[in-house]
Design a protein around this ligand. Structure first.
Ligand SMILES: NC(=O)c1ccc[n+]([C@@H]2O[C@H](COP(=O)([O-])OP(=O)(O)OC[C@H]3O[C@@H](n4cnc5c(N)ncnc54)[C@H](OP(=O)(O)O)[C@@H]3O)[C@@H](O)[C@H]2O)c1
Length: 244
């Protein structure tokens, strides 16, 4: 009886080890599209996946960013220009991805592109400030995902959305936290809808890393050069007259 029990326990651990190994095979047949590859996380991920042999389709906002990335990677990596706020740009990139991936579909979509400005006290910001942020960080993610979903479904792939710790705690005013909370909500419903089709949806919630979006001059300067002093002296008072 003890022998049978030991064999059962052994089989259980073997099965668990096999399931949790999470080793992806045939990397050279797998296509991954990453948005916002000009700099930061997107750029780093594109180079790392390329090194591992995956077929990286790197979406950059600018031709300069795309050219620089191509200069640092293998011939396998290809670039496309994509502005996630433009429906035409998304449609053109989707067609390009379709032509590249063919019957294989898209194994991975990483919605990484994002901005962090304008950020400031809510009362000091205007509706266009919120619209600008939400267009890139939230509606951009949604439109890119909806457009590429048929290709992801074909490959039984995965969608990875880059949220933030600020998708859990609203530490600052403006559209940034709202956009990241929105990504979390969108990802949660999408995950439930797509699990039946073998598609996974994941979110990444980085803390604070040294990239352009967190660069010290960027956030205060988005509002005005004297942001910090004004924030301290005018906290909870109306928007200062000199605000841009
Ligand atoms: N760094 C952190 O600590 C941190 C923390 C939490 C979450 N995140 C998130 O991580 C993601 C990547 O940010 P990062 O830190 O790597 O900063 P980053 O270096 O500024 O990367 C953001 C990328 O998005 C691109 N982009 C901006 N607007 C775009 C648009 N309309 N269409 C397509 N691409 C656009 C930028 O292109 P250009 O360079 O040409 O402007 C840039 O390549 C963002 O979603 C950000 O919110 C970062």
């Amino acid at each position: 009886m003890w022998l049978y029990l030991a064999i059962l326990v052994g089989l259980y651990y073997l099965l668990r080890w096999h399931r949790e190994r999470q080793v992806v095979s045939h990397l050279r047949d797998k296509y991954v599209l990453i948005t916002g590859c000009d700099s930061g996380f997107g750029n780093l991920l594109a180079r790392q996946l390329d090194l591992r042999g995956l077929r990286v389709l790197a979406a950059c906002l600018t031709e300069k960013g795309a050219e620089q990335l191509r200069g640092k990677t293998s011939d396998r990596l290809e670039t496309v220009i994509l502005d996630v706020t433009s429906t035409e740009s998304i449609a053109a990139a989707t067609q390009w991805v379709k032509e590249h991936t063919g019957d294989r579909g898209l194994w991975g979509l990483v919605n990484n592109a994002g901005i962090s400005v304008p950020t400031g006290l809510n009362e000091w910001l205007t509706k266009p400030d919120f619209v600008k942020m939400l267009n890139v960080n939230l509606l951009g993610v949604i439109e890119v995902t909806l457009s590429l979903l048929p290709l992801v479904r074909k490959a039984k792939g995965r969608v990875v959305n880059v949220s933030s710790v600020m998708g859990r705690v609203s530490l600052c005013g403006g559209g940034y936290c709202i956009s990241k909370y929105g990504i979390e909500a969108f990802s949660d419903s999408l995950r439930r809808e797509l699990s039946h089709f073998g598609v996974k949806v994941a979110i990444i919630e980085p803390g604070f890393f040294k990239t352009f979006v967190t660069s010290p001059p960027v956030i205060p300067m988005s509002y005005m050069p004297t942001f910090l002093v004004d924030a301290m002296t005018n906290w909870s008072k109306p928007r200062p007259a000199k605000a841009m």
